[in-house]
Structures are given as structure tokens and as C-alpha cells.
Design a protein. Structure first.
Length: 477
């Protein structure tokens, strides 16, 4: 910035003091060092002023020039390189007259015309040289004493400015660093972070929320209640809203929001109270993990060959129905059927184990093909299966079995193996309404019924429980 007020000459020590008194308070508040040197140059009527700060890291000088006769940066280097100045351990050098001619060539007439000047060193707290400043006046009227005092005041003021400025810029740097770290964390963290105001506005919506749910914050705020997009059911929505409290629980809660494409997600949420009393919701998407857990859980109770439940799975179901749903069993009764393929060993022996596998798999699939309501089936092991028919009496179970038997008789069990037929024996246990029995007893009785069917010639069903015991024979050939 140039000092246009070249006419502004201050001649007396009093007027210098007045000028300094006016300028000193604004020095500390100046936004830049350039403004500081401008203020001094202008207030004291200097034609040339410069400050050169030593840049520690770059090992160079940062030169700021002001005044109505500004010199080149190169001139500043030249002045500082002058032998006389370097040689003495000076802090302040003053010229009462002829300073322009001393430093500048005749071609630079304005600069050559400069008369009095002061060149001062700026020092760090520890005494190291921080830089230099220079003020030159177009007149001779400043005495050496005045110029030295001027130098002391100016260097003190600049030093104070630099200390404040460096503390401020350090704080600013630190703050910017922290803000940038948190911004990166907020945008890129693989966790869901959001916040809603009391009037249902979305205040915070991080990158992971946008990625997972497909909505941007602006899009959400176009809706009167953005939460309704994720939880269309009002009751659920109100429960979600009520869960966002200022006192978070120690466990994360599982919620099932829907995304922009209508996909139901599984998420875990908690929230934290920020110092400004706003609440930040923190969540994780566990949809994939949950699906995998469910897949593994299903796998753990599924028989790989037949895709029925395996032994553990079907026995768990039996226990579940008899214990947890005992009121339904008491109310509606139930039937349990144990199946065992007849002479299966001879199928293996004649056609091989892998053909036997295909036959077993066919049996399992066909058993489940036309289920009665609520029916569950499982493979107990080998060529033995169990089916549970909630709320079915022995007649319904028997009819189901005989239709199944008929389908098997009419099916080609293994493609290409026309002679291969399978038959089975079945034991049926029916519990009448009001009747209860532990699972172990159910299995014992149904096994006895099956044994009865085997003993009586196979290819038939034996019913126990419900009505008096009777044998239903069905010919399949
Ligand atoms: N292919 C195949 N065979 C199996 C499997 N599990 C058990 N088996 C066979 O099933 C046959 C069962 O033989 P047994 O217990 O003697 O019964 P069965 O020959 O069916 O005779 P009954 O039950 O008395 O009518 C054995 O040969 C087993 O090896 C399996 O997963 N795959």
C-alpha cells in the first residue's frame, strides 16, 4: 500500500509523540504486517518504509515496502548487505542527512533525495534476529536522539504485533487442523452420524448416512418429517424418536429403517449429548452381517442333502411347539409323524450311494411339496424323517401321508432309473385338544408306532394317540 500523503511532515518531537500515540493502538489490531508498516510510514510522514522478516524455514527475507517513494526488494537486500551495517553489532543505525545518496543511485532521484532515516533490528524473545525495519524521511529535521527513540518504539510495537500475530496464527492453524480432521472423520467414517432438531430438521447427515440410505440432507429437509421416510409405521417412528434421549443407554438399539429404494436395513443406534446440548445419533449398518448370521443360523439347522431341517432343527421345533406354544397344542391338538424309508439299504446296494442320495433328496423335497398349514419337516438322520402338523388330528395327518405315498408311487424318483421306487413306513402320534406331553415322550411313542408299521409289513402307517390305536395299510404297488 502506498503512502499518498507525502506532504504530511512531522517536524517536532511533540508532533512525533502525538503521531505515535495515535498510531500505536491500531498496530496490534492490524490485520497484516503490511498495514503496520503503512501505519507507521503514514503517521510519521516517512517517504519510504520497509520491514524485512527472516523466514526461518525458507532461509530468506520476507520484504514489505511502503511509502510514497517505495524502493525495490533488491534495494532492501543491498542495504542490508552493506559492509558497514554488517560489520558492527548494531541494533539501530540512524542517518540525520544524506541517507538517500548513501544507498541509492542518482537515477533514482526520489530515493536519492531522502535525508534522515532509521534502520532497526527486530529481535525474537530469545534475542535472535527476527528481521529489520527502515523508515526514511525527505527532510533532515529529526535528530539522532529522536530517531533512536523512534526506532525503539517502532521495534517494540512491531515485536508485540508479531508475538500476538504468531500466537493467533498458531491457534488458527491448530483450529483449522482440528476442524479438518473432524470434517474428514465426519465425512468418511464408516459409521452413521446424524442429528435432527426438535422441529424435525436434519442438521447433520454424514457421508455414510447418504451412502447407506441414498438420501442427501437437502432432500430430507424437503419433507415435513424426514424420519417418516425411514420408518413409515407411525408407532415404530414414535418409538425411534423416543429412543433419542439425552441419557443414552449402555446398549445400542436395533432398528430396521428403509432406504431410498425401499430396502429394509438392520442398524444399531446410540446417541451422545454434545457440549452444546444437541444430540448426535451414532449408528452402524449391520444388514450384511445380520443376513450372514441368519444364513449361517439357517445352515446350522438345515439338512444339506434334503434341504429339510436337520435333526437339531426339527427337534428344536418340536420343543418350541410343545413348550412355548403349548397353549395352542392344548387348544387345537397336533400330530407328529415319523417316516422311515423301506429297504433303503437295497437301493444303495443296487444303484450305489450317490443314487441313494438323489432318492433321499427327492423324498425330502416331495415331503415338503404340498404342506399342511404350519407343517414343519426335518431329517432325523439316515433315511428317517419327522413331520409336525400343528392343529392336525390323526385323520388329517393320515390323509396327508397317504396322498404323499401316492405321489411317490407315481413319481420317477431318480431320472433314468425307471425301476427305482421308494416306499416308506410311518408312525403317527396325535395329541387331542387338552392333551400335553414332553417331546421325549412324543418321540418315544411315534417311534414305537413306526416300529409297528415296519413290523407289520412296511409301506404303511400306524397311528397311536388320539383315537384308539389302529393300523392303516396302504398298498403302493
Ligand atoms: N445314500 C445314502 N444312504 C444312506 C444315508 N444315510 C443312511 N443311508 C443308508 O440307509 C440304509 C439304512 O439301512 P437299514 O437301517 O438297514 O434300513 P433299510 O434298509 O431301509 O431297511 P428297513 O428300514 O428295515 O426297511 C443304510 O444302507 C445306510 O447306509 C445317506 O445319507 N445317503
Amino acid at each position: 500500500m502506498k503512502n499518498d500523503n507525502a506532504e504530511h511532515h512531522i517536524q517536532t518531537p511533540d508532533s512525533i509523540l502525538n503521531a505515535l500515540a495515535g498510531v500505536l493502538p491500531v498496530i496490534l489490531e492490524s490485520a497484516s504486517l503490511e498495514q503496520v508498516i503503512d501505519a507507521f510510514t503514514h503517521a510519521l510522514g516517512a517517504s519510504l518504509g520497509w520491514v524485512a522478516l527472516i523466514e526461518q524455514e525458507a532461509q530468506s527475507l520476507n520484504v514489505l515496502v511502503s511509502g510514497c517513494c517505495p524502493c525495490q526488494e533488491q534495494d532492501v537486500y543491498q542495504m542490508l548487505a552493506d559492509q558497514r551495517l554488517q560489520a558492527c553489532g548494531w541494533n539501530t543505525v540512524v542517518w540525520e542527512s544524506g541517507v538517500g545518496k548513501h544507498f541509492f543511485s542518482r537515477s533514482e532521484s526520489n530515493l536519492c533525495a531522502l535525508e534522515s532515516a532509521v534502520l532497526g533490528k527486530l529481535r525474537h524473545q530469545n534475542g535472535d534476529v527476527a528481521g529489520y525495519f527502515f523508515l526514511a524521511f525527505p527532510h533532515q529535521s529529526y535528530s539522532q536522539k529522536v530517531l533512536r527513540n523512534l526506532a525503539a518504539i517502532i521495534s517494540g510495537a512491531i515485536k508485540e504485533y508479531l508475538i500476538k500475530h504468531s500466537v493467533n496464527s498458531l491457534l488458527l492453524n491448530e483450529t483449522q487442523k482440528i476442524v479438518s480432521q473432524y470434517t474428514t472423520l465426519f465425512s468418511n467414517a464408516p459409521i452413521l452420524i446424524n442429528s435432527f432438531s426438535a422441529d424435525n430438521r436434519c442438521i447433520l447427515w454424514n457421508g455414510e448416512c447418504q451412502r447407506l440410505f441414498g438420501w442427501s440432507r437437502d432432500e430430507l429437509n424437503r419433507f415435513p418429517d424426514p424420519l417418516a421416510l425411514f420408518y413409515p409405521d407411525l408407532t415404530v417412528r414414535e418409538r425411534v424418536r423416543a429412543s433419542v434421549t439425552t441419557v443414552p443407554g449402555d446398549k445400542m438399539q436395533e432398528w430396521y429403517p428403509i432406504d431410498k429404494n425401499g430396502r429394509v436395513l438392520t442398524t444399531l443406534w446410540s446417541n451422545i449429548l454434545l457440549p452444546d446440548h444437541s444430540i448426535l445419533n451414532i449408528g452402524v449398518d449391520i444388514t450384511a452381517r445380520k443376513r450372514e448370521e441368519q444364513r449361517l443360523a439357517r445352515k446350522a439347522i438345515t439338512d444339506e442333502l434334503t434341504q429339510c431341517l436337520n435333526r437339531a432343527g426339527i427337534l428344536a421345533q418340536l420343543n418350541e411347539i410343545l413348550l412355548r406354544n403349548s397353549h395352542l397344542v392344548i387348544q387345537n391338538g397336533m400330530s407328529v409323524v415319523m417316516f422311515d424309508l423301506d429297504y433303503f439299504k437295497s437301493i444303495n446296494d443296487r444303484w450305489g450311494h450317490s443314487v441313494g442320495d438323489i432318492a433321499l433328496s427327492f423324498f425330502g423335497r416331495e415331503l415338503q411339496a404340498h404342506p399342511l398349514p404350519g407343517m414343519v419337516t426335518g431329517r432325523l438322520g439316515g433315511e428317517e424323517f419327522l413331520a409336525i402338523f400343528p392343529a392336525a388330528d390323526s385323520q388329517q395327518a393320515w390323509r396327508f401321508i397317504e396322498q404323499f405315498r401316492q405321489r411317490l408311487a407315481n413319481s420317477q424318483v431318480v431320472p433314468g432309473y425307471h425301476d427305482l421306487r421308494i416306499s416308506f413306513s410311518a408312525g403317527i402320534l396325535s395329541l387331542r385338544s387338552g392333551e400335553v406331553m414332553p417331546a421325549s415322550e412324543v418321540l418315544k411313542q411315534v417311534d414305537e408306532a413306526l416300529y409297528g408299521a415296519k413290523r407289520n409289513g412296511r409301506g404303511m402307517s400306524v397311528i397311536v394317540g388320539g383315537s384308539p390305536q389302529w393300523i392303516a395299510k396302504t398298498s403302493i404297488n
